[in-house]
Design a protein around this ligand. Structure first.
Ligand code: LMR
Length: 334
């Protein structure tokens, strides 16, 4: 064999080896999921994200890596929806009250006093009408993997709120939702849309007087430190859609996608219990250290809040869709 043909042979072996390495690399490609959210790690959403990461690590052998960015470290909720659509992040779980500029359908979740308790929420999201809402943003490139509950919200302020007239003129921070805005206007209060990450400071310096949130967020963001009173109203729901970038998801190899689907189902099944327990625990911690801050209402007082906020329903019912509203109401029946 000439030196020339020997070299050619060697080159052939080398290039075959390289090809082999390339195709191995292609099948072993690692997928990175950047998951951005705005709350603390020890909250329903924070723990659900961690559980997802943990199960992915256990079952996918390094093929998929999840990077979680909690507490708005990476970006605000508003930015995260844009970033998700552009696949700059692959997952997020933004509050259902913040989709206003994308769809009117999710406004259902903001109707005041819609759900009697979290069990009703669990039942509703599993109805065909509820499941259908996971798909409403698919034309924007966002696919819903499930609903993640946080809990029912309480009203906090620096003045005691016992009956609706007490809210008159109070500057409340609200999320980006027209329903929530209308609801606070119905109380003759002064609602201001503000990003979650800005609430503590705004309360501290007095740009706003109050806000509404779950026990979990009131505790973990330390809102109770800068609020005199928390009235236990359970007037609205705080919940999220766990969103993935559609193209990213469909671009995953089938075996990874089906393993992830099992993990997704597992996380979705676990979050309700975690959320209920965390909220009860965070309420108990605030109550223990600040028993005088929490105001419990009589049934008659609570009914007054319900009546004051209720007119909001008529304004939004049509754009939400009557069959969805009915399915949500039916979910209150065990
Ligand atoms: C809020 O802005 O109050 C909530 O959406 C924060 C969250 O993600 O729980």
């Amino acid at each position: 064999m000439s030196r020339y043909s020997k070299t050619l042979g060697l080159l052939g072996i080398l290039s075959l080896g390289l090809l082999g390495a390339c195709s191995d690399q292609a099948t072993e490609r690692q997928y990175v999921i950047k998951f951005s959210h705005v709350v603390a790690a020890n909250t329903p959403k924070g723990l659900a994200a961690e559980l997802f990461k943990e199960l992915v690590e256990q079952r996918l052998n390094g093929r998929v890596v999840t990077e979680i960015y909690p507490s708005g470290q990476l970006m605000s909720d508003d930015d995260s929806l844009e970033a998700l659509a552009f696949n700059e992040i692959q997952m997020t779980a933004v509050s259902l009250s913040k989709y206003n500029r994308f769809t009117k359908k999710l406004q259902i979740f903001d109707l005041p006093f819609l759900f009697n308790d979290m069990e009703a929420v669990g039942r509703f999201v599993n109805t065909p009408e509820g499941q259908n809402l996971l798909t409403v943003l698919e034309d924007k490139g966002l696919m819903g993997l499930g609903f993640w509950p946080n809990g029912l919200k309480q009203l906090s302020a620096n003045s005691p709120l016992l009956v609706p007239p007490d809210a008159k003129g109070v500057k409340f921070r609200i999320q980006e939702s027209d329903v929530l805005e209308a609801q606070f206007l119905a109380l003759d209060s002064n609602p201001q849309k503000l990003a979650f990450g800005e609430v503590y400071q705004a309360l501290q310096v007095g740009t706003i007087d109050g806000q509404d949130n779950t026990w979990s967020n009131i505790y973990n963001e330390r809102f109770y430190e800068v609020q005199e009173y928390i009235t236990e109203t359970n007037h609205n729901l705080l919940a999220y859609i766990w969103m993935v970038n559609t193209e990213f998801w469909h671009g995953l190899p089938p075996e990874i996608q089906s393993e992830l689907r099992l993990i997704v189902d597992e996380v979705n099944a676990a979050i309700m219990t975690m959320a209920v327990e965390l909220n009860a625990g965070d309420r108990a911690k605030i109550l223990q250290d600040h028993p005088d801050k929490i105001i419990s209402l009589t049934p008659e007082q609570l009914e007054q809040w319900r009546v004051a906020m209720r007119p909001v329903w008529d304004r939004f019912r049509e754009e939400i869709g009557e069959e969805v509203v009915q399915a949500a109401l039916d979910s209150n029946k065990p």
